[in-house]
Design a protein around this ligand. Sequence first.
Ligand SMILES: Cc1cc2nc3c(=O)[nH]c(=O)nc-3n(C[C@H](O)[C@H](O)[C@H](O)COP(=O)(O)O)c2cc1C
Length: 198
Amino acid sequence: MTEANFRKADHPIHALFLERWSPRAFTGEAMPEAELMTLLEAARWAPSSYNSQPWRFIYAIKDTPHWSKLLGLLNEFNQSWAKHAGVIIILVSSETMLPPGADKPIPAYSHSLDAGAAWAQLALQAAVSGWQAHGMVGFDIPRAATELGVPTGWRVEAAIAVGRKGDKSLLPEGLQAREHPSPRKPLAEIAFEGGFEG
Ligand SMILES: Cc1cc2nc3c(=O)[nH]c(=O)nc-3n(C[C@H](O)[C@H](O)[C@H](O)COP(=O)(O)O)c2cc1C
């Protein structure tokens, strides 16, 4: 039984949604490029407004020339565990889009939402493929934009560490206690029929 099996859904869903979680104990195995492409391919098929596909992924596989640059963007806490991930990805999205038939770009209302859909597909594919993806906002976003050459008009959304899950004993004691899949709010607290109920 995987640790994820301790999570229980209140309504029938595919087991994959419970099996995806965000561990910090990674084995240090570098992700083979072909497997990374599978994750990015899953992300590529995400839905987006006007099929604008505003997402971009900047990645560095562990121990390749760009690895230390991307790892170095993370805050100290995230570096302490993400250094054992197999790849780090920075997710960026375009703040503008070119609607069909238009000749100039317009502001994109949903670029972050669309990028979030792509991240979710990547994370679910990682779980299917025997890896786990851990999203992060704990990184130096302005420095990421500069060091990765992100143009004006693009938003740096998140960093993602993908790794082969290892035993929690790989982590320092404080983090071992937090190394388990987390629960969720009840559906009644987040879904309302007919109008918002605070
Ligand atoms: C956009 C985003 C940013 C996050 N930032 C961090 C982070 O900086 N450091 C960290 O350890 N976890 C981070 N997390 C992980 C969340 O804490 C985690 O997804 C959440 O607690 C739910 O747990 P689960 O993914 O295991 O189901 C982030 C997750 C997302 C989606």
